[in-house]
Write a protein that binds this ligand. Structure first.
Ligand code: ZN
Length: 334
């Protein structure tokens, strides 16, 4: 797709998640996201509702930014979208997303036809990783792996400045790396996936199991005895308040993650592993035992050249990366 003749200043980035849709304009040369907005996805209202909401948000963001800069819609090159997958980038189709309830849904073309701008589609975790590589923690690095710890664990791989997609766009599903062959059942159908140990809900589940088995912790009082109300954030808060049991749960989380990250480092030998998501608010409580576990497990020369760092674009990495994917696909580089 050839960009038009008018000078292009921005690319719209769309980060479609199971909970929220985030949209903003990213300067083609890189820089601060403009016209940033977020709305709930409300996927229960149906696919058409979600597409209409994306289209309205894209148009509103374009109108706001172009008006503020005294230019027109012609200065927008196109729209890069990130969506939960698996998906088919060539056809722009979301193959299956349990969170949104979509099957073989032609998301890219529906948005493209409604906004009358060229669109691209890639996996949301790939986009978040690419955003960190382009304008975040990974600036200037050639090879980088990204993990986003949230409701699940998303992953992305950037090799020599390009997202590595594999032969059917599945590459980078780091959350579904088996770390215990007889372990917990995962919603993907496998047993013992990393996601079942170190995602936000998994941290809460492990904390509750320990308390039910008799562990003493302030967590129980913090939720008024309602153990179901324990979340990863509660566990982290209890750790900060000096609860030894919560600290143990966080340390175990770091060990599980460390096992996964050590495998990634041995396989890909990247310069950087970027970790994003709410759990990273735990800071050194998470990163120190994580790095120690990686030191115990990975080849020395591989872990010595790899920095394990928190993400730098919380909330916007997906938008930035989706715009970066559009730029890469239409301009050949970012
Ligand atoms: Zn899995």
């Amino acid at each position: 797709m050839t960009p038009g003749s008018a000078e292009k200043k921005w690319i719209v980035g769309v980060d479609l998640g199971g909970t929220n849709i985030v949209v903003g304009l990213v300067p083609i040369e890189g820089g601060e996201v403009l016209g940033l907005r977020s709305q709930s996805t409300d996927s229960v209202k149906g696919a058409k509702f979600v597409v209409d909401r994306i289209v309205r948000m894209v148009n509103a963001a374009i109108d706001e930014v172009t008006a503020a800069h005294g230019t027109t819609r012609d200065s927008v090159a196109g729209v890069g979208m990130g969506s939960p997958g698996p998906l088919d980038r060539k056809t722009g189709t979301v193959i299956n997303t349990p969170n949104l309830g979509w099957r073989n849904f032609p998301l890219r073309d529906l948005v493209q036809n409604a906004v009358h701008l060229p669109c691209t589609l890639d996996n949301d975790a790939n986009c978040a990783t690419y955003g960190e590589w382009w304008l975040g923690a990974g600036r200037g690095v050639d090879n980088l792996v990204g993990l986003t710890l949230g409701t699940g664990i998303g992953g992305g791989i950037v090799l020599n400045g390009e997202i590595f997609h594999g032969c059917s766009d599945v590459a980078g599903e780091i959350g579904h790396m088996t770390i215990d062959s007889n372990g917990r059942r995962c919603k993907c159908g496998n047993y013992g996936c990393l996601e079942q140990y170190a995602s936000g809900p998994a941290i809460a589940v492990r904390a509750v199991e320990g308390i039910e088995a008799g562990a003493e912790s302030m967590l129980e009082d913090m939720v008024g005895g309602e153990l179901d109300a324990i979340t990863a954030a509660t566990v982290y808060e209890a750790t900060v308040r000096g609860d030894p049991y919560a600290a143990e749960v966080m340390k175990d989380t770091a060990k599980f993650l460390g096992a996964g990250v050590a495998s990634i480092i041995n396989i890909l030998n990247p310069e950087m592993v970027v970790i994003a998501g709410g759990v990273t608010a735990a800071g050194d409580t998470l990163f120190e035992p994580l790095r120690a576990e990686v030191r115990r497990r990975a080849f020395k020369s591989a872990q010595e050249c790899c920095r394990i760092v928190p993400a730098e674009l919380p909330g916007t990495a997906g938008v930035v990366g989706a715009a970066g994917v559009f730029k890469m696909e239409n301009y050949g580089s970012v």
